[in-house]
Design a protein around this ligand. Structure first.
Ligand code: 9MR
Length: 447
């Protein structure tokens, strides 16, 4: 409660609350994805970064999703950066957030060739040492979160594109049996967690997914614990594999669950309304394929907002791969997921432009406000935003817009230089105003 001691902190707290309430308000009536998914027997998840689980990002992560996957926090380099020295802070934080929001956690990932600590990658290990290292790692991490993880991506990305085994630290040292061993150790450490093998480019029927299929079949024949396969689904616009549902079904028929674990659909930038409409269709097709197969239990996006995606830094010139834009406004893709889960769409599926009102800071007689106009699947060449103040607030000065107030009615139009709001972009303006008594947030209209 230290932040309540000073007036300044109190006003910024009030201002922060006003922003929280207003940012997603344009679509407040939409049923959250997690509820739509529940009605279809599907868990809907997102990858998250622990430090961002606050403000609008935290609100959306908690409200829209019923499963969280730590994007990086549970990887070996994160949890044991120096041998024997552990850092569980971000992973613990994400697990606690999930529990507070009645969400599952997908643990990601125990055995991988990437994001291992240097001491492990650069070490020279005998097979016996590697066995001990891996067994201890799995026992320690799975044991720490025993009872709190719905599913573990035990082994990540074991295959090459042609379906041969990827030559990793683990494969080179221990042979193919590292997979069976890892699964067995994970089962011993948390018998309730579902155990997955996870890979990319295995969404359609192809050489790599067939190798995964053969692995799962052989593990089951040998009695090795395996509960599911993760299809990462890092897809390219317009390229959802036509055999996606068939592929999900063949794994289900083997007797394992399927999860879409890391869905994103990237496009060449900049985005425009045609690309966003295609992306909506693609998200809808992937979701529908999962809905069509009962054993497809979880659909997880790899970051829910374009500003939090790995794509733009990894594929120069590509991006806009997630269901929310960089201002946390839902894109057509969001409505593609929602519709495939049985939800209805507002606003129109082709997208549109919205205005949101926020209070930046507030003091005893005045406050600074801001309005952001965002477009997704549409654009503007000029704009006007109107609202009615409910408690006598009075605008005294505005910037980046021309504002007039008559009684309670406020009307703000673009300045000569900022009428254009591109598809996928936004424009903001600010103002100072007076208030007394209360300062309720008005409903703004873009017209
Ligand atoms: O989202 C992760 C990103 O922040 C990391 O920099 C990257 C490093 O490899 O890993 C990303 O997540 C990957 C996931 O763990 C496994 N499948 C591919 C994902 C995207 O690279």
């Amino acid at each position: 409660m230290r932040s309540l001691r000073t007036g300044l902190s109190l006003t910024s707290l009030v201002a922060g609350l006003a922003l929280l309430l207003t940012a997603p308000a344009a679509h407040a009536a939409d049923t959250p994805l997690r509820d739509l998914g529940a009605a279809k027997g599907k868990v809907v998840g997102t990858a998250v970064t622990g430090s961002k689980l606050t403000g609008t990002y935290g609100d959306l992560a908690g409200a829209q999703f019923s499963s969280l996957t730590p994007g990086n926090a549970m990887k070996w380099e994160s949890v044991e950066p120096a041998q024997g020295s552990f850092n569980w802070a971000e992973a613990d934080q994400i697990v606690a957030f999930a529990q507070a929001h009645n969400q599952q956690v997908r643990g990601h990932t125990l055995v991988w060739h990437n994001q291992n600590p240097n001491w492990l990658t650069n070490g020279s290990w005998t097979p016996a040492q590697l066995t001990t290292l891996l067994q201890n790692h799995i026992g320690t991490e799975v044991g720490r979160y025993k009872g709190k993880i719905a599913a573990w991506d035990v082994v990540n990305e074991p295959f090459n594109e042609d379906g041969t085994y990827r030559p990793t630290l683990w494969y080179n040292g221990l042979g193919t049996d590292y997979i069976a061993k890892a699964l067995t150790w994970a089962r011993a450490a948390d018998p309730a967690a579902k155990l997955y093998v996870n890979d990319y480019n295995v969404e359609g029927v192809n050489a790599k997914s067939t190798a995964l299929y053969n692995l799962v079949r052989s593990l089951k024949e040998r009695g090795v614990p395996i509960d599911g396969v993760g299809l990462q689904a890092h897809l390219i616009l317009g390229q959802v594999p036509s055999t996606l549902q068939q592929n999900i079904q063949r794994f289900a028929d083997l007797g394992v669950d399927v999860a879409i674990t890391e869905l994103d659909i990237r496009m060449n930038l900049p985005s425009d309304s045609a690309k966003l409409a295609q992306q909506k269709a693609d998200y809808k097709a992937v979701t529908a394929a999962c809905v069509a197969v009962a054993r497809c239990v979880n659909l997880t996006v790899w970051g829910f907002a374009d500003s939090d995606s790995w794509v733009e830094s990894t594929f120069p010139g590509q991006g806009a791969a997630t269901p929310y834009d960089g201002n946390y406004a839902p894109k057509p893709a969001y409505y593609g997921i929602a519709e495939a889960l049985g939800g209805t769409s507002t606003p129109p599926p082709t997208g549109g432009c919205t205005a949101s009102y926020g209070v930046g800071s507030q003091w005893n007689t005045g406050f600074t406000g801001n309005v952001t106009i965002s477009c997704s699947g549409a654009s503007l060449s000029s704009w006007k935003v109107t609202w009615t103040y409910g408690a006598g607030q009075q605008i005294t000065q505005a910037w980046n817009a021309t504002c007039t107030q008559s009684g309670a009615a406020v009307s703000c139009a673009n300045a000569p230089y900022n009428g254009t709001v591109p598809d996928g972009g936004s424009v903001s303006f600010g103002f100072n105003a007076s208030w007394s008594g209360s300062n309720p947030v008005p409903t703004v209209t873009l017209g």
